[in-house]
Structure formats: structure tokens, C-alpha cells
Design a protein around this ligand. Structure first.
Ligand SMILES: NC(=O)c1ccc[n+]([C@@H]2O[C@H](COP(=O)([O-])OP(=O)(O)OC[C@H]3O[C@@H](n4cnc5c(N)ncnc54)[C@H](OP(=O)(O)O)[C@@H]3O)[C@@H](O)[C@H]2O)c1
Length: 329
């Protein structure tokens, strides 16, 4: 698998990261071990989890199955979503971060986390409190680098500014939703990350499975898929989403690849993108998805995908495009 640099750090990561949100939810420990094993055997080294996935179950499974391969893996986890029943068991306060990191280290059975991400911006906690707490984790050796997920561009810029002012560790990455059915990140977040040198790690690059060709117009979701009981997957196929999914299937037939590979290949080569985080319920799905690496859609196919999926470009971005200060999406 091809490798990329993790933002402005000296760390090298696989261009496809493995997401483990399915571990302990759709799949058990044995199936999770098979998926992780296949990913690592194919040259992958970048694994993402979070405290909240399966209520700690994803981290616990990883802690039990990583074993001696820990040193080969760039391990990313997150805190900041509600996790526990008390009012302070959420957010990006120093209190919650300190508690969460200790619990994640215990579940993951490791001495260090390579990338510790705030799962979602916290409107209650001052940016300085969060960044100071994260800096302490790095200095203490619990964490190597810190990142953000589900932040607005101004919140990233502010957090970076506060960190720079005090000489604290900056965010080195952003984990946003990004796929052919979710391109809003291109308006502010991606330009912000490119400007500041942050790695971009797209989550749900297949729209949670919506872009794999299995959901058909006017038909119920196939049994055993996430779309059966997860409204987010079906919502991605509302309106224009289905036209996007159908274009992916057409192009997949034309280029002799699977729809999943076409959808992933598009994200993989978008400006600013470091490593899309792929999820999988089976080894066969992962085998298929990892085949998105090592080739590139041609310009004509990319243009068709760009066109069918173009997001609404509102003010001030439409003004910037009109004035020739940024290219159209
Ligand atoms: N930071 C955040 O807020 C956030 C949010 C969500 C996810 N994430 C991260 O991003 C990772 C990926 O998210 P995701 O699971 O939603 O990503 P995804 O890659 O868009 O969707 C994965 C799902 O698509 C289906 N699938 C995958 N490969 C396939 C293939 N080749 N052919 C057919 N179907 C295939 C499977 O579901 P079915 O078999 O059920 O169809 C699989 O569980 C997560 O594990 C997590 O690490 C982060």
C-alpha cells in the first residue's frame, strides 16, 4: 500500500486507514482479528477507533488482538462524545480528556496513543483549556500527536492560534466526513487544513456503504447491511445522492473496478486528503476496498463524478469563485 505523510509530522501512514467502528458492533472479536490481520498483511499501518465505539468495545477488542504488532501500528483514538452517565463525561474539558485518555490506554492495553483526537468541537470549553490539556498528554508521553474531528474551520484556526501562542502541541490532523455524497468540507475545512498543513482523514468515505452499489432506487436496503437500520446511510441517498451512487456504478462498469473502489479512489486523490478511513464488516469487503489504492481514475471519469456530486456553493464562496479567487468545486 502506498504511504503518505501525516500532516506536518514525520510519521508515515498508509493511504487507506482502517476504521474499527464495526468492531464489537456488527462483528465479534474473531472477525475483527481477521480484518485487522488482513489490513496489516496488505501493508496497512494506520488504525482508527474511539472510546464510544461499541461503548468501549472497539478499543477493548483492539487491545486484545493487536498484541505484538503494536509497534507497527499508528494507533488513533478519540474522546469527547458523551461516554458515561455523568454531566462531565463528555466534551473537551481538561477533566474529561484526562479521564478518557487513562481509560482508553487501559482498554487498548498500550502505553501510548499515536494520534489522540477530540471527537467533536465542544462549545462549552475554551480552546485554551482543551489545547493545554492535550499538550500535557504529549509531554507526559501518553500521546504522540493530537488531532480534531468534526470541527468547524474557524474552531481549528482558533485552536491552532492558541497553541502557537503558548508553544503547545498543535492539531496535526482533522477527521471530517468526506465522500462523494458529503463534500461540504471542500468549502472551508479542506482549504484550512491545506493552509495549515493538517492531515485530512475522511470518515465514511463510502457513505457508510451507500456508495458501494448495493442500494437500488425503489428497493428496500438489502438484509444484513447497515442501511437496514441506520437512517444516516439511507439519507445519503436522498435526492441527488442516488444519482451519485448510480454514476459510481456506471463508471465502475466502464473501468472494470468495483463501485467501492471507484468511490474511494475519488476521495483518495482529492486535494488535501491524506488517508480515507475505510470501514468493513467482512474481510472480502476490506479486500475489495484496499484495491482502491495503487491506481487513479482518469480525468474524464473524475469530471463526471465531480459534476454529479457538486455541493451548493453559497456566500462568500460563490463570490470568491465569481471573482476568480478560487476554482469552482
Ligand atoms: N469521527 C467521526 O465522527 C466518525 C464518524 C463515523 C466513522 N468514523 C471513522 O471512520 C471509519 C469508517 O466509517 P464507516 O464505517 O462509516 O465508513 P465507510 O467505509 O463509508 O462504510 C463502511 C461500511 O460500508 C460497507 N462496505 C465497506 N466496504 C465495502 C465493499 N467493498 N463493498 C460493499 N460494501 C462495503 C460495510 O457496511 P454494510 O456491509 O453494512 O453495508 C461497511 O461497514 C469508522 O470505522 C471510524 O473509524 C469517524
Amino acid at each position: 500500500m502506498e504511504m503518505r505523510q501525516l500532516g506536518n509530522t514525520g510519521v508515515t501512514v498508509a493511504e487507506l486507514a482502517l476504521g474499527t467502528m464495526t468492531f464489537g458492533r456488527e462483528i465479534d472479536q474473531a472477525q475483527s482479528a481477521e480484518i485487522l490481520g488482513h489490513y496489516l498483511d496488505q501493508g496497512g499501518n494506520f488504525v482508527d477507533t474511539a472510546d464510544v465505539y461499541s461503548d468501549g468495545g472497539s478499543e477493548e477488542i483492539l487491545g486484545r488482538i493487536i498484541g505484538e504488532r503494536r509497534g507497527d501500528i499508528v494507533l488513533a483514538t478519540k474522546c469527547g462524545l458523551p461516554f458515561g452517565g455523568h454531566p462531565n463525561d463528555t466534551g473537551a474539558s481538561r477533566r474529561h480528556i484526562e479521564k478518557s485518555v487513562v481509560e482508553s490506554l487501559r482498554r487498548l492495553r498500550t502505553d501510548w496513543i499515536d494520534l489522540y483526537q477530540i471527537h467533536m468541537s465542544d462549545p462549552l470549553t475554551p480552546a485554551a483549556e482543551t489545547m493545554a490539556a492535550l499538550d500535557d498528554l504529549v509531554r507526559r508521553g501518553h500521546v504522540r500527536y493530537v488531532g480534531a474531528s468534526n470541527y468547524a474551520a474557524w474552531q481549528i484556526a482558533k485552536s491552532l492560534g492558541v497553541a502557537a501562542l503558548h508553544g503547545w502541541q498543535p492539531f496535526v490532523s482533522l477527521q471530517p466526513e468526506y465522500s462523494l455524497v458529503s463534500r461540504d468540507v471542500e468549502l472551508e475545512l479542506i482549504p484550512c487544513c491545506v493552509d495549515e498543513g493538517l492531515a485530512v482523514l475522511p470518515w465514511s468515505p463510502l457513505g457508510g456503504g451507500a456508495l458501494t452499489g448495493k442500494y437500488r432506487r425503489g428497493e428496500d436496503p438489502p438484509s444484513g447491511t447497515r442501511g437496514q437500520d441506520n437512517r444516516n446511510v439511507r439519507n445519503r441517498l436522498d435526492g441527488r445522492g442516488m444519482a451519485v451512487a448510480e454514476t459510481i456504478v456506471e463508471i465502475a462498469q466502464e473501468v472494470g473496478q468495483s463501485p467501492a473502489r471507484v468511490a474511494l479512489n475519488w476521495v483518495l486523490h482529492r486535494p488535501g486528503v491524506t488517508s480515507p478511513i475505510v470501514g468493513a464488516r467482512t474481510v472480502d469487503q476490506l479486500r475489495d476496498s484496499l484495491g482502491a489504492s495503487g491506481w487513479k481514475l482518469d480525468v474524464e471519469h473524475v469530471a463526471r463524478l465531480d459534476e454529479v456530486s457538486t455541493p451548493h456553493v453559497g456566500y462568500p464562496h460563490n463570490f470568491h469563485v465569481f471573482a476568480g479567487r478560487r476554482p469552482p468545486l
